[in-house]
Design a binder for this molecule. Structure first.
Ligand SMILES: NC(=O)c1ccc[n+]([C@@H]2O[C@H](COP(=O)([O-])OP(=O)(O)OC[C@H]3O[C@@H](n4cnc5c(N)ncnc54)[C@H](OP(=O)(O)O)[C@@H]3O)[C@@H](O)[C@H]2O)c1
Length: 289
């Protein structure tokens, strides 16, 4: 029998979940899927189909596995079920984690802030402008109240390069003139490389930090400048990208949601690299879709 601690990753087929499962060598890993059946050859995890909006199913799985830690990435964005999945689903996960004493690492977002000033610290008060941010704030409250020893890891734009994730690929296609891509020059974020974020989350699963933590890249980039770097990372042209000001778009958007990551940099050994460093670093292979 394995003596490795047990880890449960919700949303194992997602961007962050799939990176977590590539790095779980020191864990006996289990992962959940919802709509996308896993390719079991790709990961050593044991897979479980789960709808986190079903409290009995969540309780049954967590009670059966009794994981040491749960990294909760499952969510939906801009769907009719978004609030139910983010708020109720997270409550179910936190309740089940508390019942078995599992350590919970919950993913949240920089858009819990209104983006009016930037470089937000963990002590700053959220003021989300949209339903997604509001749902995430509610989910944070559920986690804080039900599992006081949990970590709530707020992150920013998550990207992958080998191969690029769907959103990054769309931007790269825009640079090549194969998609109509307009990026804002006045909307600033702290993008984080998916493998760096996954390593940081696994480190948190194994340590005893608790509370809010801003886990993002250290570098503030506009969406446009980030797009240019993504194109350069794969050797694609950038001249197809169009630039625009969000402030002039008539849309209500959180502009500067940069996160102050000083606390994370103090408590984590995992480096949270700036995009410029990731792009400049040699990678095993640059796969392009
Ligand atoms: N990606 C970013 O840039 C970013 C930025 C800030 C914060 N975050 C946070 O990071 C977390 C993960 O993001 P991600 O980009 O990895 O997400 P993702 O790629 O969209 O994956 C989300 C996963 O949630 C699963 N899911 C959806 N509804 C479910 C349900 N009812 N029950 C169980 N599972 C369900 C999906 O499973 P199936 O695929 O099997 O259907 C999917 O794999 C989220 O909490 C998000 O708020 C992400």
């Amino acid at each position: 029998m394995s003596r490795l601690p047990t880890l449960l990753v919700t949303g194992g087929m997602g961007l962050i979940g799939s990176h977590l499962l590539r790095l779980t060598g020191r864990w006996q890993s289990h992962a959940t899927w919802y709509n996308r059946p896993p390719d079991t050859a790709v990961s050593h995890a044991a897979w479980h189909q789960l709808d986190i909006t079903d409290p009995a199913a969540v309780d049954a799985l967590v009670a059966a596995l009794r994981p040491h830690a749960i990294i909760h990435t499952a969510y939906q964005f801009n769907t009719p079920d978004m609030e139910r999945v983010i708020v109720d689903g997270t409550r179910h996960i936190a309740t089940a984690a508390a019942a078995v004493g599992a350590r919970l690492i919950h993913l949240s977002t920089d858009v819990v802030f209104d983006g009016r000033r930037g470089w937000y610290r963990e002590i700053d008060t959220p003021n989300p402008l949209h339903a997604y941010g509001r749902a995430k704030v509610h989910s944070e409250i559920e986690v804080r109240d039900l599992t006081p020893n949990a970590v709530i890891a707020r992150t920013s734009l998550v990207y992958d390069l080998d191969p690029p994730d769907g959103r990054s690929q769309w931007v790269i296609d825009g640079g090549r003139g194969q998609a109509d891509v307009t990026l804002f020059t006045d909307e600033r974020r702290c993008p984080i490389y998916a493998p760096d974020l996954a390593a940081a989350l696994l480190e948190l699963a194994a340590n005893d930090c608790h509370g809010l933590l801003h886990v993002a890249g250290p570098e503030a980039l506009s969406r446009y400048d980030f797009g240019v770097l993504l194109c350069r990372a794969v050797g694609a042209p950038t001249n197809g990208l169009k630039a625009a000001a969000a402030a002039a778009s008539g849309l209500t958007r959180p502009l500067d949601c940069t996160l102050d990551t000083a606390l994370a940099q103090r408590v984590l050994r995992t480096p949270l690299r700036p995009v410029t460093a990731v792009v400049a670093a040699p990678r095993a292979g640059i796969a392009q879709r």
